[in-house]
Design a protein around this ligand. Sequence first.
Ligand SMILES: [Zn+2]
Length: 231
Amino acid sequence: MTQELEALLELDRHDAAIREQTRKIEGLQRRRQALLDAIAREQHEFLAKKHAFEELQRQSREKSREVDDLDAQIRADTEKLRTGLLSYKEMEALRTRVEHSRVRIDQLEDEAIALITKVEEQAPLIAKAEKDFLAWKAKIDQDIAQIDAELAQHSRELERLQHERSQRTAAVARQLLQRYEELRARYEDPIVPVLGGVCSGCNLRVSEITAERVRYEIVTCENCSRLLYVK
Ligand SMILES: [Zn+2]
């Protein structure tokens, strides 16, 4: 194997290592994003439940306040009936109002109790949902931290490989390097071996002349233009 070929294959292996690191980083970033998306989804779902519960609590408080207000009104009216200096007409009107209020307050109290019961039933469920969500999120956060550590490690390795690449390219003749770089833009494997007279890049048979020449130098595949060599 000529020195030139050796240097080029060395560069090709180096580029494969860079690709490998890049793939790993991309894979980790995709996983990281998927976990972030899952957290956002679960959080959204939990918050929707929590807000619905808070709304129920608000309705319950409001209903209880209505009961209290009406109760206060009935007491005031009753007191007025007992002590007030009212005309007969006013007394009748007030009595009717108290009667109506008593019917209404029974109804309101039933509604208030129904709401309080609902709140009491749902409170532990919401508390459990929150606890479960936070425990799950803590675990996912750990996974993300682990991914971040791996990402940092692979990024350092990629940086090192990219930095070292200039040493590899310096060992390859300028024209050959240029040809290699052009092919690299098109193929992941810009340089491939000829195996049994077949280019292992495009899997087509090379000409007899090429098959002969490749034994002594780096040549180009007539079909796919990849650089060819024999092992
Ligand atoms: Zn080919």
